[in-house]
Design a protein around this ligand. Structure first.
Ligand code: NAD
Length: 483
């Protein structure tokens, strides 16, 4: 693949950074550079905010008909599908995910998101309110929040950009997109497709670069809202930094999803489901299953089958169609995952399989062998901290009554899973676990129509479904005296 040269997109123009500064993105499977990107400085952030504000004031987006906005968002979906192979390959080269994941999850979901929110453009309604004043009409309007800074992480760069851009635009906002510095490729390409679709200049702006670019956006008085997906630590910083003009803030943050395997569970299905639920995108999934609680009578069978299945997975470059597990995104992230594993071993956890970087042919990439721990207890860091890698600790439980408390013994609350054939167990756990999504006998998958977001330290607000309309609009009440 040719080296990519990424630029900024501000007010409908592609441009470099005035400073001439650039950064490099690397293929995580080979460690080789794959593209250079403009590093936006404060003046480019100002220009991008200015362009978004002008487009907002000129009503060049919110002022066109809802039907026309819908047509343009639908066109973006079509263009994403027309370029599906290209986008999937870019995502795999930049992020590392196996090509099948890039095609079936990242690209397919992105197209679906634009199509889903294209449908909403013509359905964002107000209500007539029965106020108790005589001769008074009251109705509500849902208006755009304004200029939205959309800051995304490196694990599903294209898909998460679409989770934010599509609903923000459906609601009439103008946006500045800031992808993660590790994985800007597909966001740059998506913005090119958005331009090609005919979305007016200034409505979607792109600034690439590191945390400094995100910080400048979050502190900017011309930004009305921040929609952020990333780590909980940065989420907390963003809340503090947004206080100046009291920006609206939505946060999709980390997770530590418990997965509960009941005594009556179909163990083979639970093994297959936890394998995929824990290892999709090499475990770099906020809703990944990261601590499995198994009934003590079934735990040996479960752990043995899980470890055998994990050890048999084919690690390799995502671009190879035979690959089942790709690399981690960067050497720095791999070092962090390995440090968690070393600490668990040091704390006395029993390493059942994995536990090291892959060597041999894969040594130049960021490949980590899928790892299972047994003999862990609830207080170990491997059970409490987000590892964001292919690492799964297995814990035993004796009494189902203790499960909800153990599952909820975390600051996070993004997702959870329950494996059971018993409806009462499924519904009880679904009600008792504090998480934004509970999956029964299935993988942690997102869908455009279903809410996504977390309790506690997993964030604020919900993306997707009609819930995203709430966070990308302000409600205005209009009072009219008719007497
Ligand atoms: P990160 O928080 O380090 O970075 C995310 C983005 O924020 C990047 O674009 C980065 O440049 C920018 N950034 C960094 N510091 C900033 C600051 N002070 N102000 C503004 N922007 C700043 O996260 P990451 O390491 O890229 O992503 C992994 C994390 O994302 C994990 O914790 C994972 O759980 C979380 N995540 C959550 C969801 C969800 O839906 N809840 C989805 C995917 C990932």
């Amino acid at each position: 693949m040719d080296q990519v040269k990424g630029r900024l997109f501000i007010g409908g123009q592609w441009t470099g950074a005035a400073s001439g500064k650039e950064f490099t993105s690397f293929d995580p499977a080979t460690g080789q550079p794959i593209g250079t990107f403009a590093e936006a400085g404060p003046s480019e952030v100002d220009s991008a905010v200015d362009a978004a504000r002008k487009a907002l004031s000129a009503r060049s987006w919110s002022g066109i008909t809802a039907a026309e906005r819908a047509r343009l968002l639908w066109r973006v979906a079509e263009l994403v599908e027309e370029h599906a192979d290209e986008l999937a390959e870019l995502e795999t080269r930049d992020q590392g995910q196996p090509l099948g994941v890039a095609q079936g999850v990242s690209v397919a979901t992105t197209a679906e998101h634009f199509r889903y929110y294209a449908g909403w453009c013509t359905k964002i309604e107000g209500v007539v309110t029965p106020v108790s004043f005589p001769d008074t009409l009251h109705y509500t309007r849902r208006e755009p929040v304004g200029v939205c800074a959309l800051i995304t992480p490196w694990n599903f760069p294209l898909m998460i950009a679409s989770w934010k851009i599509a609903p923000a635009l459906a609601c009439g906002n103008t946006v500045i997109v800031k992808p993660a510095e590790q994985t800007p490729l597909t966001t740059v390409r998506l913005v090119e497709l958005i331009e090609e679709a005919g979305i007016p200049a200034g409505v979607v702006n792109l600034v690439t670069g590191g945390p400094g670019v995100g910080k400048a956006l979050v502190a900017h008085s011309g930004v009305d809202k921040v929609s952020f997906t990333g780590s909980t630590a940065v989420g907390r910083e963003i809340v503090r930094a947004s206080a100046g003009n009291l920006k609206r803030v939505t946060l999709e943050l980390g997770g530590k999803a418990p997965s509960i395997v009941a005594a009556d569970a179909d163990i083979d299905a639970a093994v297959a489901g936890n394998l995929q639920g824990a290892l999709l995108n090499s475990g770099q999934v906020c809703a990944a299953y990261t601590r499995v609680y198994v009934d003590r009578h079934r735990i040996d069978e479960f752990t043995e089958k899980l470890a055998t299945a994990m050890a048999g997975l084919r690690l390799g470059p995502g671009i190879d169609p035979q690959t089942q597990l790709g690399p981690l995104v960067s050497p720095e992230h791999l070092a962090g995952v390995d440090a968690h594993v070393r600490a668990a071993v040091g704390a006395g956890a029993q390493l059942v399989t994995g536990g090291s970087k892959a060597d041999g042919e894969l040594a130049s990439g960021n490949f980590y062998r899928p790892t299972v721990f047994a003999g862990v207890d609830d207080d170990m860091a491997i059970v409490r901290d987000e590892v964001f890698g292919p690492v799964l600790p297995v814990l035993a439980y004796d009494d189902p009554e203790e499960l909800a408390d153990r599952a909820n013994a975390t600051d996070y609350g993004l997702a959870a899973a329950v494996w059971t054939k018993d409806l009462a167990t499924a519904h009880r756990m679904a009600a008792d676990i504090r998480a934004g999504a509970v999956f029964v006998n299935m993988l942690p998958i997102p869908d455009s129509a279903a809410p996504w977001g977390g309790f506690g330290a997993s964030g604020w607000g919900r993306e997707m479904g009609k819930y995203a309309l709430d966070v990308f609009t302000e409600v205005k009440g209009v009072w009219m005296h008719l007497g």
